[in-house]
Structure formats: C-alpha cells, structure tokens
Write a protein that binds this ligand. Structure first.
Ligand code: ADP
Ligand code: MG
Length: 322
C-alpha cells in the first residue's frame, strides 16, 4: 500500500528544481519563492471537479495537462510569466497507474512552460484537483479586465468553438466523423495556454482575459469592468478547423457561446494594429480582429454587411446551468 508521503515523493517530487526564483520546493511546510527583482506576482486558482469539469473516466494524462493548462491560461491573460504552482489533490484511491499518467501529463506541460510544482496537499476523497499558480510581471504591465478604452480593436487568439463541438459530439447533439471528433476533442482535453502571446502583448494591449465560458459572456466581463460596450463582427469569429465545416448557425453559436476555448480575447488601440500583428508573429500564435470597443453599453453583433444580428448569447454558469 502506497503511503501519502511515498505517493507525493514518487509522482510529484521527482526532480530538484534548477531555478533561482524557487528557493525551496516540495518537502517543508511552505515553499519559498524569490520573484525576479522588481517584479510583481500574479496568482490564480482553478479547481476541476470530477463529473462537472471532466468525465470521471477521463484519460489521466490529458487531465493532468488540462488542470495546469487552465491555470496557465489565467497567467497568459494577465501577461504574466509562469513561476510555479501548488497542487491540492483529493483522490478516491491511490491508483498508481492513474497517478503515473496524471503526473506525467501535468509535469510535461509544467516543463514546457518552466513552471515548477512547488507544493500542495493530498487527501482521500472524491476526485477533485485544485491548482494555485504563481507568475510574475513588471508592475503596471498586467493586462487587466478594466482597461479597455473606447475605440480599441477587439482581438482573439487561435480559433473558437471546436471544444464545444466535441462536447456536442459526446452528447449526440451533432454527428461527427470519428476523425473530426478526435480532432475537436483534442481542443477540449488539451488546450494550449497562450503564455507567449500574453507576455508579448504587454504594453501593446489594454484589456485581456482568457475565454473559458464562451466569448460573448467572457467579453462581457471586460465591458462591465471597463464601463464600455462593443460591436462584434459575428462572421469574422475564427471557427476551429472542425467547426468550420459545420452550418453557419452552429458556427455562430459555438464561436460565440462555446466555452473551454482557452484563447485570449484582448483589446488594443487601433494605432497598435501592427504591434499586435508583430506580437502574434513573435509568439507563433494566430490572432483575428473581431470587433470594436464603443461608448454605448452592451454587446452588439453585426454581420459582414454591418447589419445587426439577433442571437442569444449567454455564458456558462455553474449555478444556473444544469
Ligand atoms: P502538511 O503537514 O504541512 O500538511 P503535507 O504532509 O501535506 O504537509 O505535505 C508535505 C509536503 O508535500 C509539503 O511540502 C507539501 O507542499 C507537499 N505536497 C503535498 N501534497 C502534494 C501534492 N499533491 N503535490 C505536490 N506537493 C505536495
Ligand atoms: Mg498538508
């Protein structure tokens, strides 16, 4: 039988950390961090609950990836560079096959982003995974939700809607070929946090956030916090490669209200268009201009001819949605 301490040692405390910003990692009562001189810390938590955020039989490698990816995505949305993270894990049992795969998926993404596992807590209970992530950035450069200005362009990274389309496939709301469903499901299970783009947008973008609950609803947070409104060019929203092959109505719905996209939505002055494009190129991340910040409160959808489009939009809410 694996003890709690053996489990931590075997699966989560494998390497000594070679990073001067981490003075002490796993093994004591606290980890000790030395952020780079003059930097401000960015801190965020995200919890993933079995049966709510993922299927109970989810592939543990992909689950490890996703748990960290959604947290890294929050750092990306502020323009922060990753430092480290803690992992609070509630497990029904110490299943070694599951733990080996979960930690492999988690630590592979951690290595890719030089983001070190520095501590956590482990307990027996329903499967529940909570990560707190720590990043750093120069003071005054964070891409905050309250910083959008009238006249700003609205941009989005990557593509939208394939994760939602994959879910529709699982729920038999749509029929997809096996290969299309696989492709869309990769977006759902293994999102790519846009860390490099977020950092490259410091000093160029005004406001930003990551899209987890659907573009329309999430953009609504920027509008509210910045006390502005917006028009969105509904047919310019970049649909994922699988969603692109679907009818217009579904494309519009899932790009606008999909959820689980983990792309960045950001605003930037029109005078910075070339800088945005350069930041995208530097970070090897596609970006699309999808709208405009306006003084009139509320979100307006317009089609290619600039005509208003009526479409329901609402974001996912755990206490309202089933
Ligand atoms: P405490 O007695 O303070 O609660 P624990 O016995 O829970 O400490 O943990 C011992 C060490 O292992 C601590 O450094 C803690 O941060 C780390 N740790 C516990 N669980 C995990 C985990 N799931 N992932 C990474 N580190 C962990
Ligand atoms: Mg503890």
């Amino acid at each position: 039988m694996l003890s709690e301490f053996d489990l931590i040692k075997r699966y989560f405390a494998q390497h000594s950390i070679q990073d001067s910003r981490i003075a002490l990692g796993i093994g004591d009562d606290c980890a000790l961090l030395n952020p780079s001189p003059g930097m401000q810390m960015a801190i965020s938590s995200d919890m993933l609950v079995s049966g709510r955020h993922f299927f109970p039989d989810a592939d543990p490698y992909k689950l490890g990836h996703k748990c960290l990816a959604v947290n890294l995505s929050d750092l990306a949305a502020m323009g922060a560079a990753p430092l480290g993270f803690t992992l609070a894990l509630s497990l029904p049992e110490a299943n070694q096959d599951w733990l080996a795969e979960f930690s492999r998926g988690l630590l592979a993404l951690a290595d890719e982003h030089h983001c070190h596992l520095i501590g956590g807590d482990t307990t027996k209970g329903p499967l529940n995974i909570c990560i707190t992530i720590f990043g750093e950035l120069p003071p005054g450069t964070a891409l905050r939700r309250d910083a959008a200005k009238v006249g700003d362009d609205i941009w989005v990274s990557g593509t939208l809607g394939d994760a939602r389309l994959a879910l529709a496939g699982y729920w038999n709301e749509v029929t997809l070929s096996e290969s299309d469903h696989q492709l869309a499901a990769t977006r759902m299970h293994q999102p790519s946090p846009r860390i490099a783009l977020g950092m490259a947008l410091r000093g160029i973008a005004h406001a930003a956030l990551d899209i987890s609950d659907g573009l329309a609803g999430d953009l609504g947070h920027i509008l509210e916090k910045s006390a502005v409104g917006a028009s969105l060019f509904i047919d310019q929203l970049p649909a994922g490669p699988v969603l692109q092959t679907q009818p217009q109505e579904l494309r519009r719905q899932f790009t606008l209200n999909g959820g689980d996209d983990y792309e960045l939505c950001f605003t930037a002055p029109a005078s910075n268009r070339q800088h945005v494009i350069a930041a995208a190129a530097k970070s090897h991340t596609a970006v699309t201009r999808i709208g405009q910040i306006e003084a009139n409160a509320g979100l307006r959808l317009v089609d290619e001819d600039g005509k208003p489009v009526k479409l329901q939009y609402k974001s996912f809410d755990h206490f309202v949605n089933p």
